[in-house]
Write a protein that binds this ligand. Structure first.
Ligand code: G6P
Ligand code: ZN
Length: 565
């Protein structure tokens, strides 16, 4: 049966270079004539499309259903044999990673701009993942970019749109399209990983003293969270909110941090809820926030690593190694050292963990940017982290049945053994590139001339003295493929082990965004009072000194950061 393939002439667009997480632009840009078509054809020109199986899904944001139909038309014309599509074009990023792996697909096209706002006047994104379920490495994204620069035509078949709301299999031109339940495979995966009976029992017995609230922020995780927390773990309907995915996320900014997830923070504070959690638009980020306790992502991954053996997946398979991105606090390193595990420090970006996982050297990892995950898939995983916390709390309470252990108690217990890495991030969003360059230049000079080494800086507000050991620029050599990534951030290291790191964001859309990461370690011997201080208080002196040394406020013309996390 011949299906006519039509070739449509087109011209290249500038700037279709995939960033850290695919191509992200305003919806209006993707709607330009042939813009989306060009990029999809460029992806297919850069992979072996003939005979391939591709997964398609995304966070359900505005412009997703149309784009799925475009991918089907172009994909089929390019010889894709089979498409596995999430119902209603929905698959969270972790669910898509799982589906690619589970069904042994050759890759996947994810329609998401993560935590960026959605809707006709906001952002859309297209991201390509490879057969291990992880984001395409740079050699693939470079190929795609090159293809966008010379594209002259794209291919389509003539076919009626596929009904994305009907689960099942249909023939589509020369291809097969399978619409799958977006949630089912993912729920099965988490059930294999965690001790659901233990969690359910704990939640049931402590229904009044340990209340749970999950906020989907109208992103993609709502249906997943409902299926897991309400249907499988027996929590009441009131334990989830904002769980209907909306194409514009209800007008919100679906990013789980204290600033943007205020719908969660307000209800947790008002109702004294013991365990609150949220995830971002596409479901790969997470925040854990309870009554009087916020868990920094750096502490979160360290605690999950410390308690790994109560999680059946790790009990069975063992923990191979631990890792964090460079700016993430060193809390997880201390766990690795105590347990005798190999640990890695990689540049910012989840893709750096994939090689280590594929080589069997990494099990649990995390980033300060609210990303936590493991080698069960090749993306970070918001709900995985949230259920990991519930599993750990259930186990901790089984060990100590007489006094309820909540988030705060677990944190304090951790600090009393390992000490505490006070950690905070200051974001200076959309500053002038000129100002940002001045800051980078000042630090590069200090690196080149060692002029700041061995200088001591006094904090007037706290009376502390901070002596600089070194100033360095971070580069990473991948231990598996030997590739080198340089200039991944500048580090001022103090001789008490404190660090201040500076990086330019790789995900911003206008101007430059400077991030300053501040970390100060306090050993367990300092005692409870020091360990339990408020973060801002614990870091006050160090921040004062770092701002003065770098002249940051002067260069960036900002007295205050835009966001503090
Ligand atoms: C995305 C990536 C993360 C990374 C973050 C960094 O979310 O998936 O792995 O940590 O971007 O963003 P930045 O704006 O700091 O470059
Ligand atoms: Zn995301």
């Amino acid at each position: 049966m011949g299906h006519q393939v039509k070739e449509i002439p087109t011209k290249p667009y500038d700037g279709q270079k995939p960033g850290t997480s695919g191509l992200r632009k305003r919806v209006k840009v993707f709607q330009l004539e042939n813009y989306t078509e060009n990029f999809i054809q460029a992806i297919l020109d850069s992979i072996k499309a003939e005979g391939a199986t591709l997964v398609i899904g995304g966070d359900g944001r505005y412009f997703s259903p149309e784009t799925v139909q475009t991918i089907l038309k172009i994909g089929s014309a390019n010889g894709v044999k089979r498409f596995i599509v999430g119902k209603d074009s929905i698959l969270s990023t972790p669910a898509a990673s799982n589906v690619i792996r589970k069904y042994k697909a050759d890759g996947g096209i994810l329609l998401t701009a993560s935590h960026n706002p959605g809707g006709p006047n906001n952002d859309f994104g297209i991201k390509y993942n490879v057969s291990n379920g992880g984001p395409a490495p740079e050699n693939v994204t470079n190929k795609i970019y090159e293809a966008t620069k010379t594209i002259q035509r794209y291919k389509v078949i003539e076919a009626d749109p596929v009904d994305l709301s009907e689960i099942g299999e249909t023939t589509y031109g020369p291809s097969q399209v399978q619409i799958i339940d977006s949630v089912k495979d993912y729920v099965e995966l988490l059930q294999e990983i965690f001790d659901f009976p233990l969690i359910e029992d704990f939640l049931h017995k402590n229904a009044h003293s340990f209340r749970v609230l999950f906020d989907g922020l109208h992103g993609v995780t709502g249906p997943y969270a409902r299926a897991i927390l309400v249907e499988k773990l027996g929590l009441p309907e009131g334990a989830v909110q904002n769980c209907v995915p909306l194409p514009d996320f209800g007008g919100g900014h679906p990013d789980p941090n204290l600033t943007y997830a205020h719908s969660l923070v307000e209800v947790v504070d008002e109702n004294n809820i013991q365990f609150g959690a949220a995830s971002d638009g596409d479901g790969d980020r997470n925040m854990i926030y309870g009554k009087d306790a916020f868990v920094t992502p750096s502490d979160s991954v360290a605690i999950i690593a410390d308690w790994a053996e109560v999680i059946p997946y790790f009990k069975k398979g063992g923990v191979k190694g631990l890792a964090r991105s460079m700016p993430t606090s060193k809390a997880i390193d201390l766990v690795a050292k105590k347990k005798g595990l190999e640990h890695f420090e990689v540049p910012t970006g989840w893709k750096f963990f994939g090689n280590l996982m594929d080589a069997g050297r990494l099990s649990i990892c995390g980033e300060e940017s609210f990303g936590t995950g493991s080698d069960h898939i090749r993306e970070k995983d918001g709900l995985w982290a949230i259920v990991a916390w519930l599993n750990i709390l259930a186990a901790a309470n089984k060990e100590s049945p007489n006094k309820l252990i909540g988030i705060k108690e677990l944190l304090n217990k951790h600090y009393s053994v390992y000490g505490r890495s006070f950690f905070s991030r200051y974001d200076y969003e959309e500053v002038s590139s000129e100002g940002a360059n001045k800051l980078v230049t000042l630090l590069n000079e200090a690196i080149k001339t060692s002029s700041l080494n061995n200088t001591t800086h006094h904090s007037k507000s706290t009376g502390q003295d901070y002596k600089i050991g070194s100033v360095t620029s971070f580069s990473y050599k991948d231990p598996i493929d030997g590739s080198v990534s340089s200039n991944q951030g500048q580090i001022i290291l103090f001789d008490d082990g404190s660090r201040v790191v500076f990086r330019l964001s790789g995900t911003g859309s206008a101007g430059a965004t400077v991030r300053m990461y501040i970390e100060r370690y306090v050993a367990p011997e300092a005692g409870e009072k020091e360990l339990n201080r408020d973060t801002a208080e614990g870091l006050k002196g160090l921040i004062e000194v770092a701002l003065r040394i770098t002249k940051l406020q002067e260069f960036l013309e900002r007295d205050e950061p835009t966001v503090i996390t």
